[in-house]
Design a protein around this ligand. Structure first.
Ligand SMILES: [Zn+2]
Length: 94
């Protein structure tokens, strides 16, 4: 796990409660790790999403309104990172 911005945010703001939290590897079809995505949704409905883009390796943290399905667009290359689709990939492996 390489993402650190959300951990720092939680620490700096003393966040104890949240609506939703996920942290997962982004893998290609062969199961090779290409990036990472972490999403923290606070009680105000704002999602803090930190990612390493699987396409261009850009790393950043963004804030946007939480909704399902949740998509993050890489600010650098425009790659769409989907949370719901990733969940299906995890299920398939079991
Ligand atoms: Zn990218």
């Amino acid at each position: 796990m390489i993402l650190t911005r959300i951990s720092k945010y939680i620490q700096d703001n003393g966040i104890k409660a949240y609506k939703y939290h996920t942290w997962r590897d982004l893998e290609d079809e062969d199961g090779n790790k290409k990036g990472e995505l972490r999403v923290l949704v606070l009680d105000d409905g704002i999602a803090h999403a930190e990612y390493q883009c699987p396409n261009c390796k850009h790393e950043t943290m963004i804030e946007q309104l939480w909704k399902r399905p949740f998509n993050v667009k890489c600010e650098k290359c425009g790659q769409l990172i989907r949370v719901s689709k990733l969940k299906d990939q995890v299920k398939k492996k079991k």
